[in-house]
Design a protein. Structure first.
Length: 75
């Protein structure tokens, strides 16, 4: 009976080690997901900046249309 107990304890230890390994893998996966989310946020930020730039250009054009006396800026 004692030997059986020892075997069971060893099996439990192995299972715990496997569990720890799985936890580490999950942590790594979570970190990767966080990185991906950050990258997506950066891309969104860039898109927003581009949109703002387009808006500014449109506003410039509108101002130019409103002020025909002033020559439009030469490109």
């Amino acid at each position: 009976e004692q030997e059986q107990k020892q075997e069971q304890e060893q099996e439990q230890e192995q299972e715990q080690e496997q569990g720890q390994g799985q936890e580490q893998e999950q942590k790594q996966e979570q970190e990767q997901e966080q990185k991906q989310e950050q990258e997506q946020e950066q891309e969104l930020g860039q898109e927003q900046e581009q949109e703002q730039g387009q808006k500014q250009e449109q506003e410039k054009e509108q101002k130019q249309e409103q002020e025909p006396e002033q020559e439009p800026e030469q490109e």
